[in-house]
Design a binder for this molecule. Structure first.
Ligand SMILES: Cc1ncccc1-c1cc(O)c2nc[nH]c(=O)c2c1
Ligand SMILES: [Mg+2]
Length: 214
């Protein structure tokens, strides 16, 4: 049977990246996506903005919505201190299976917990199932129609605290107009836009950083 694009991406990681070296995993995926097959990883340009937000914040508790092949999971986890925890939710079981292997190849499985299932099912269970009080940082990169409802769900579940930072990918392409309108007009958020490009292309895209004010 034909291989899938995520499987071919994992093969490229195994072939070109060094086990236990997260930067080589990131470089191998970026090379594969630029020179072999485009894939919807955040990429190196927006990835550098993600790196700077994470490095400035030094979060202990991180939630990622949308794992895909684990590229941004590796980008974030490589910057976290060993005691920190990253929980990443992925709805698609095939993507999750590949992401587990990419995260393991990078040697970051000790600080990453990949959970398969729907964000709306797992967000209400974060406290009792993972012992999480509140998140310091949330990266939204799953499905554009879920950004706003999941943000409201995290608010309602008490998972956000004064200063929690939400960073959302693809706010221009594919675009999340309802989410942008909410975080830019709500008195509960201080929001700003980082203009960039859709991964591996010249099309405009960007990241929206929104600080929850409580
Ligand atoms: C797939 C695609 N095609 C054309 C333009 C953009 C995309 C695209 C890019 C992304 O970074 C995505 N991130 C998370 N979830 C997505 O669905 C998604 C889709
Ligand atoms: Mg994305």
């Amino acid at each position: 049977t034909r291989s899938t694009r995520p499987q071919r991406l994992l093969n490229a990681v195994r072939k070109h990246a060094t086990r236990g070296d997260p930067q080589s995993v990131i470089s191998a995926i970026d090379h594969f996506c630029r020179h072999s097959e485009w894939a919807m990883n955040i990429g190196d340009e927006k990835g550098s903005i993600l790196d700077s937000v994470v490095s400035e914040l030094n979060p202990e508790k991180v939630l990622e919505l949308g794992t895909y092949c684990g590229y941004s999971t590796v980008r974030i986890a490589r910057l976290l201190p060993p005691g920190a925890r990253l929980i990443t939710l992925e709805f698609n079981a095939d993507y999750a299976a590949i992401a587990r292997q990419v995260i393991a190849w990078a040697g970051l499985e000790d600080r990453v917990q990949l959970v398969e299932g729907a964000s709306e099912d797992w967000i209400p269970r974060m406290k009792e199932h993972f012992g999480i009080e509140t998140f310091d940082f949330v990266f939204l990169d799953h499905w554009k129609d879920r950004y706003l409802p999941d943000t409201k769900l995290m608010e309602d579940c008490g998972l956000l605290r004064k200063g929690t930072v939400l960073l959302a990918d693809n706010v221009i392409c594919p675009g999340v107009p309802d989410y942008l309108q909410y975080v830019r007009n709500s008195l509960s958020y201080k929001s700003c836009y980082f203009k960039s490009h859709l991964e591996y292309t010249k099309a405009e895209d960007g990241l929206e950083k929104s600080v929850f004010l409580g």
